[in-house]
Design a protein around this ligand. Structure first.
Ligand code: EPZ
Length: 452
């Protein structure tokens, strides 16, 4: 029975309290629905600034990252209306410059504000972007973003409190080659190039499904965008864009998280809304680990198919194994019979969360320089780290503090898989990316209380 601080209904209300007391040792079974992707919906909301008429975005998840973007749009005069059932209407016709302190107040722990640069420069000829938040999984630089904006002709001044940009004579198309297929930098270029004068050629672009869905959104608005198989994207700038009506693709990071929860707790979880195409690489690894899945019209059923087996996984840009998937997977690998290796090649500090898993009985060693191996698929990046996980190690309860979004989710799953009662603090960070998190845990039979 899950109870709030006070006498309560069966499911703790979202947002009330951020400390969970979790009684583990029970498999998660049942059905959850995943809504639109956090990492598309927030960007499509920013894209609405570029339109001259109202946009409609559907399947928007009710998460704090969306609230942050909504607040930032509203301080810039955009009217955002929540029609309920995940439908947002965004009307940019009242857009105005916002005051620095207002922007600062709303930026929150998000990286999305950096994507306002292009649209605000087109709209107002200037922009102020506060220092960014986001998960502590590395130093999260924005040099690719600022170099791209300068290539479009913007002047960029770094202030103590953030970045001031201006482009009084407008922005012009540019030839940009990214040093690394950065998702955010690719989005920065797309959101700026669509209204720049002339053509932009972007090389070494990210091609994640969320990027392709953002291209679909922009095309609906009137943008002219094409791409080649070698990560080259061409954007022909147009004079005006209109609003869009778009349903976001599903959140494959949330879907993968619940799949790993099924493995870790020996459960059986039906993830409504999940689609095979955008999860091919994940599904291959899921099966290699010993998971079993059934693809249905309206979702995917994930469960353990028997004893879990060790794997060697390397995170990579799409279509590789996404860096966002490795943290929940590592919890499942603590239960695999043998030695697994997870190479994190995208972020420089996304394996720190494993220390708390070791506190719960896991046996994980992190090699800061990765592991030397001759046949590596991606050029060795200085950021690389490798976790070596030896299993199976029964997990026991512990008190842990959420370090970041996916690490936090992983701690909750580890506590649910562990014997005994754990306390997980800082759970509100998880609400940045997992809609109705408490409700879904309850629906899957998790035994927990919100205690603080
Ligand atoms: C997006 O972050 C996602 N966030 C991340 O998801 C995801 O892990 C990441 O893409 C990779 O897929 C959102 O979409 C809000 P990057 P982003 O630019 O755009 C370096 C989650 O859990 N880099 O592709 O910030 C960077 O340091 C979050 O939902 C620069 O060096 O990621 C990193 O090492 C976590 N300079 C690598 O590139 C730059 O200017 C990839 O970063 C930009 C990035």
């Amino acid at each position: 029975m899950n109870t709030l601080l006070s006498a309560s209904a069966s499911t703790p209300a979202e947002g009330e309290g951020s400390v969970l007391e979790i009684r583990g040792g029970r498999p998660l079974t049942g059905r959850v629905e995943v809504k639109g992707a956090k990492n598309l919906a927030t960007k499509a909301m920013v894209a609405a600034l570029l339109g001259e008429t109202e946009s409609v975005l559907r399947d928007v998840p009710d998460i704090s990252d969306v609230q942050v973007v909504r607040s930032l749009l509203e301080v810039h005069g955009v009217t955002v209306t929540d029609d309920g059932d995940g439908v947002l209407r965004l009307d940019p016709r009242g857009a105005v410059s916002a005051h620095m302190e207002e922007i600062d107040a709303h930026a929150g722990a998000s990286r999305i504000p950096i994507l306002f640069c292009g649209p605000l420069l087109h709209l107002l000829g200037q922009a102020f972007i506060p220092d960014l938040g986001g998960c502590r999984i590395g130093d999260r630089p924005i040099d690719f973003h600022l170099d791209a904006l300068r290539a479009f002709g913007a002047t960029v001044d770094k202030l103590p409190s953030g970045i001031r940009l201006s482009a009084p004579t407008g922005l012009k198309g540019a030839n940009i080659a990214l040093p690394y297929p950065s998702v955010g930098a690719t989005e920065q270029v797309l959101l700026t190039a669509v209204r720049a004068k002339g053509t932009t050629e972007l090389r070494n672009a990210a091609i994640e499904p969320e990027i392709m869905d953002l291209i679909a959104v922009l095309q609906k608005m009137g943008a002219i965008i094409s791409y080649e198989p070698n990560r080259v994207i061409f954007i022909e700038g147009v004079d005006a864009l209109r609003g869009y009506d778009h349903r976001s693709i599903f959140d494959r990071n949330e879907a993968a998280s619940w799949a790993c929860a099924a493995l870790a707790t020996d459960g059986d979880i039906y993830v409504g809304g999940a689609k095979q195409q955008e999860m091919l690489t994940f599904l291959n690894v899921f099966r290699k680990v010993g998971g079993d899945f059934d693809i249905h019209e309206d979702g995917i059923r994930f469960r353990r198919g028997g004893a879990l087996k060790p794997v060697v996984v390397e995170t990579d840009v799409h279509p590789g194994f996404m860096t966002d998937w490795q943290q929940p997977l590592i919890v499942a690998l603590t239960q695999a019979e043998g030695v697994s290796t997870v190479h994190e090649t995208v972020y420089e500090n996304r394996l720190g969360f494993t220390q708390a898993l070791n506190k719960m009985g896991a046996s994980i060693v992190v090699h800061p320089e990765g592991l030397a191996s001759p046949d590596r698929r991606v050029p060795r990046r200085a950021l690389e780290q490798a976790a070596v996980i030896t299993g199976p190690t029964p997990l026991h309860a512990a008190d842990v503090v959420v370090p970041d979004l996916r690490g936090g989710y992983s701690y909750v799953i580890a506590a649910l898989a562990a014997d005994g009662t754990s306390r997980v603090s800082g759970v509100d960070i998880i609400r940045r990316g997992y809609e109705k998190f408490f409700e879904k845990l309850t629906a899957l039979g998790a035994d927990f209380d919100v205690v603080g």
